[in-house]
Structures are given as structure tokens and as C-alpha cells.
Design a protein around this ligand. Sequence first.
Ligand SMILES: Nc1ncnc2c1ncn2[C@@H]1O[C@H](COP(=O)(O)OP(=O)(O)OP(=O)(O)O)[C@@H](O)[C@H]1O
Length: 187
Amino acid sequence: GRGVKRKADDAFQSVSGGGKPSAHRKRIRVAELENTSVDADTEASSSGGRGVKRKADDDLQSDSDGVKPYALRKCIKAAETSSDENSRSEAPRALKRKAGCLDQDTVAAKRVKTAQIQHGGSSKTAAEDRSSAKDSSAAKDSSSAKDSSSGSLLDRYVLGKKLGEGYHGTVYLATRKSDGQKVAKKL
Ligand SMILES: Nc1ncnc2c1ncn2[C@@H]1O[C@H](COP(=O)(O)OP(=O)(O)OP(=O)(O)O)[C@@H](O)[C@H]1O
């Protein structure tokens, strides 16, 4: 309750206190925080007390690392929050997603979905999607070195439609003659 009220007051001050220089306003805020530090500690178990303490830390941080870009500061804050709350695994995942770091499974699953859409869809489950994606990328990886220079590729695979284009080549849907497995082949 108190934390929320103080936060609202701070926000009001920062909007309406345009006349005061910011250094002066900061000093006032630090003085306020120092005066209420005992309160903040005793209230540590309630949400208001923690909020005040965290806000004070944030303010100090934004003073010291003013040169860091906004996104970087946000990342640092999220990382700190996650280390504060050890039991939560959401924050690192969110960070990863934010940074655009998709793991390999996700990328493979996306690719299979793309292929399915192009072929009019199928009734495979997500698990099957993933495993077949792995199969196709494994097949692509293991055979590309051998096949690129030899003419044996067409002996072992029946090439299908074009799936897409990368920087280093074009990817085709292919069927392995030996077992009928559909794979993605990059030529
Ligand atoms: N297994 C797959 N299923 C469906 N489509 C695929 C598959 N693999 C690749 N593609 C399609 O082919 C395109 C090119 O794939 P590729 O793996 O060559 O991409 P890339 O890694 O960007 O290329 P490069 O390695 O040459 O830079 C993809 O964007 C995708 O549309």
C-alpha cells in the first residue's frame, strides 16, 4: 500500500516538478529514501517494502550507467530480476526470445511446419514434427559433403519440389529411395 502510494507520488513529481533541476529532485528522493530506510527494511516481507528498495536500486543504477543503451539496461534489469527470483525460469527464456536466439529444435519445427503448409498440411503431432525435422536436417548434413560433387545423389534420392533458397544453395524436398523417407536436400 505504501509502496504504491510513494511510486505514484514519484511519478507525479517527475511530471509536475519540471521547475526543479533534476539533480535537485534526485537529492530530495535520496533523502526521502534514507529517511524511510528503516521502514523499508521492516516492510521487506510486504510487497510495498520490496518495491521501494528495488526502485532505489534502479535509480542508483540508472545514474551510474547512463551511457548504456536502453535495451541493454532492460536486459540487465531482467537478468537481475531472474537471479533475484531463483525459482522462475521464465525470465531467461524471455530474454532468449527477445534476443532472437531460437534453439535448433524450434527452428527445425518451424521449417517442418513451413513444408507442411506448402504441401497442404498433415496430421502429424508436434513430437513427430520435431523428430522428422531432425531427420531431415541430419540427412542434409551428413550427405551434403559427399553428394555435392558426385552424381550419386540422383541415384539415391528422388528430387521433389523446391522448398526454399539459402545463401549457399537451394533446398529441395527429396525422397530417399532406400526407405522412402522424405528429406530436405540442399544443392
Ligand atoms: N527441412 C526443411 N523443411 C522445409 N523447408 C526447408 C527446410 N530446410 C530448408 N528449408 C527452406 O529452404 C530455405 C533455405 O534453407 P537453408 O537451410 O539453406 O537456409 P540458410 O541456412 O539461410 O542458408 P545458407 O546456409 O545457404 O545461408 C529456408 O529458408 C526454408 O524456407
